[in-house]
Write a protein that binds this ligand. Structure first.
Ligand code: ITT
Length: 198
C-alpha cells in the first residue's frame, strides 16, 4: 500500500524524505500525484488543521494520507503566530517577510521574555475514515537577528540555547533529531509500524 505525504511546503518535503526513509511502506508526494489543490485551513488548533488536510487529501488521492500542521508559538505574543504561522505576513509574503515581521513585533522585548516553541501535529488518515494524530514540540528563544541558511520558515530566528545555534545553523540530521517535526514523525512512525505488524 502506498502512502501520500500531503504538503505543498518544499521544506517539509525535504525533511519527510529523510525522516521516513526507514519506513517499510511506499511513499508518494503531492507533486508526484500532480495534486495542486490547496486545502483551506479553517481550524483554530494544529490538531483540527492537520486532520482537515489529511482527510481532504485522502479523499482526493484515495490513499492513506499523512499531513502535518505546524507553527511557532511566541509567549510574548500570546502564542502568535501559532496556527497562522504560514499566513502571518499576508498573501504572497516570503519566509523572510514573515520572520522580519516577527522580529519587528518583538522589538524591545528582552531575551528572557523571548521564549517560544515550534509545534507540529501529524495526522494520518485512511480513506475508510480511520485516523490518528501525534504531536512534537521544540522549545527555544527568538533571536535578535537571523542566523544560518539551512532549514526553512522561521528557522533563522529560532535560537536553541543548549546548542548555541539557531535551527537554521543545524544540519538536516541535527534538526530532525530535535525538531517538533522529527518528534511528531517518530511517534507517528511507531503507531504506523504497530498497525503494519498487527
Ligand atoms: P502545507 O499546509 O502544504 O503542509 P504550509 O507551509 O502551509 O504547508 P502549515 O500550514 O503547517 O504549512 O504552516 C506551517 C508554517 O509554520 C510554515 O509555513 C513555516 O512558516 C512555519 N514552520 C513550520 N515548521 C517549521 C520549521 O520546521 N521550521 C521553520 N518554520 C516552520
Amino acid at each position: 500500500m502506498k502512502y501520500l505525504i500531503a504538503t505543498h511546503n518544499q521544506g517539509k518535503v525535504r525533511e519527510y524524505r529523510q525522516l521516513l526513509d526507514d519506513l517499510p511502506i511506499e511513499i508518494t508526494y503531492l507533486d508526484e500525484m500532480d495534486i495542486k489543490e490547496e486545502v483551506a485551513e479553517t481550524g483554530e488548533t494544529f490538531y483540527e488543521n492537520a486532520l482537515q488536510k489529511a482527510r481532504a487529501y485522502a479523499r482526493l488521492s484515495g490513499l492513506p494520507t499523512w499531513a502535518d500542521d505546524s507553527g511557532l508559538e511566541v509567549d510574548a505574543l500570546h502564542g502568535e503566530p501559532g496556527v497562522r504561522s504560514a499566513r502571518y505576513a499576508g498573501p504572497g509574503a516570503t519566509d523572510e517577510d514573515r520572520y522580519r515581521l516577527l522580529l519587528h513585533n518583538l522589538a524591545g522585548v528582552p531575551a528572557s521574555k523571548r521564549t517560544a516553541r515550534f509545534r507540529c501535529v501529524v495526522a494520518v488518515v485512511w480513506p475508510d475514515g480511520r485516523s490518528f494524530t501525534t504531536e512534537g514540540r521544540c522549545e527555544g528563544v527568538i533571536g535578535e537577528a537571523p542566523r544560518g541558511d539551512n532549514g526553512f520558515g522561521y528557522d533563522p530566528i529560532f535560537f536553541l540555547p543548549d546548542k548555541g545555534r539557531t535551527m537554521a545553523e543545524l544540519s538536516a540530521d541535527e534538526k530532525n533529531r530535535i525538531s517538533h517535526r522529527g518528534r511528531a514523525a517518530r511517534a507517528a512512525k511507531e503507531k504506523l509500524r504497530a498497525r503494519l505488524s498487527a
